[in-house]
Ligand binder design. Structure first.
Ligand code: SF4
Ligand code: SF4
Length: 241
C-alpha cells in the first residue's frame, strides 16, 4: 500500500530470486496522506540499497525509485518503458557485471543476513527527509558502506564473566542466545542479527557481553563446560545476612 513498507530485505530478496531489475513506485514526495511520509523512507532505503549494490559489484541502475500520482498514467508508462530498456541493456543480473552466479548468490545471502544490523546502524539517516535531490547521492557514501560491511560488529559472551542471570536471553528479539539456568550463555552467531540489545541489557556488574569489530568471534564454550560452579558463602558471612 505504501512505498515506505518496501523493506531493504524485499529488494535484496528480489535480486536473490534472479530479478534483473527492481522498480519502486511511490506517491509524490510531500503529498503523502499520512504524517509518516513513508515515501521518504522508501527513497532513503533505495539510496542505501544502491550503495550496497555497488559494494557487491552490481550496477545500481538495476534499482529505480520514482514518485508520481495515480493520475500520471503517461508518465508511469514512459518511466516503465525507459526502465525496461535500461534493464535489458544491462543484461541478466550478475552476468552483465561479470560476476560469477554462485559468488553473487553468496554475496546477496550474506548481505540479507545483515539487513537488521544495517538498518540499526543507519536508522537516523533512514528516517531523514531529503528535500533537495542534489543531496540524494550524499546521504550514503560508498566508502561508508564499504567500511560498514567490512567491519561488521559481532557480540560475544565472555564465559569468565557470564553469571547466567538470563537477562540477555529474555531481551534478545530473535532467540539467538542459548540460555539455561546456571549455564554460561552463548550467542548463536548464525541467528544473531547484531541488534546490540544483549550488550545494553547485561548488568554492568557482570559486563559479560563484548562487542567485537573486524575480528573473528571466539568459539563457543563446549556444552559440557558451561555449568557455573558458584562458591558457597562462608558461614560467618551467611550469619551476618
Ligand atoms: S546482538 Fe544480542 S540481543 Fe541482538 S540478536 Fe544478537 S544475541 Fe540477540
Ligand atoms: S545478561 Fe550478561 S550475565 Fe546475564 S546471562 Fe546474559 S551475558 Fe550472562
Amino acid at each position: 500500500m505504501c512505498s515506505g513498507r518496501v523493506d531493504l530485505e524485499f529488494v535484496l530478496r528480489a535480486f536473490s530470486n534472479g530479478m534483473d531489475g527492481v522498480f519502486i513506485g511511490g506517491c509524490r514526495l510531500n503529498e503523502c496522506n499520512y504524517i509518516t511520509h513513508g515515501n521518504y523512507h522508501a527513497l532513503n532505503m533505495a539510496l542505501l540499497c544502491k550503495k550496497i549494490m555497488e559494494h557487491i559489484g552490481l550496477n545500481p541502475d538495476r534499482l529505480r525509485i520514482e514518485f508520481m500520482s495515480s493520475a500520471e498514467g503517461i508518465l508511469f508508462a514512459e518511466v516503465m518503458s525507459e526502465f525496461g530498456n535500461k534493464v535489458r541493456e544491462l543484461g541478466p543480473l550478475g552476468k552483465g557485471e561479470g560476476i560469477d552466479q554462485n559468488e553473487l548468490k553468496s554475496k546477496l545471502a550474506e548481505i540479507r543476513k545483515l539487513v537488521p544490523y544495517i538498518k540499526v546502524v543507519h536508522q537516523e539517516k533512514l528516517a531523514s527527509r531529503l528535500e533537495n535531490p542534489e543531496h540524494y547521492d550524499k546521504l550514503f557514501t560508498k566508502d561508508e558502506i564499504d567500511k560498514l560491511l567490512s567491519e561488521v560488529i559481532s557480540y560475544y559472551i565472555d564465559p569468565e564473566k557470564c553469571q547466567a542471570c538470563m537477562t540477555c536471553a529474555k531481551r534478545c528479539p530473535v532467540e539467538a542466545i542459548l540460555s539455561a539456568k546456571n549455564q554460561v550463555h552463548v550467542i548463536d552467531q548464525e541467528k544473531c542479527i547484531k541488534c546490540g540489545t544483549c550488550f545494553e541489557a547485561c548488568p554492568p556488574k557482570f559486563s559479560a557481553v563484548t562487542k567485537i569489530s573486524g575480528e573473528p568471534v571466539p568459539p563457543p564454550l563446549p556444552e559440557e563446560k558451561r555449568t557455573i560452579v558458584r562458591k558457597k558463602k562462608e558461614k560467618g558471612e551467611k550469619d551476618k545476612e
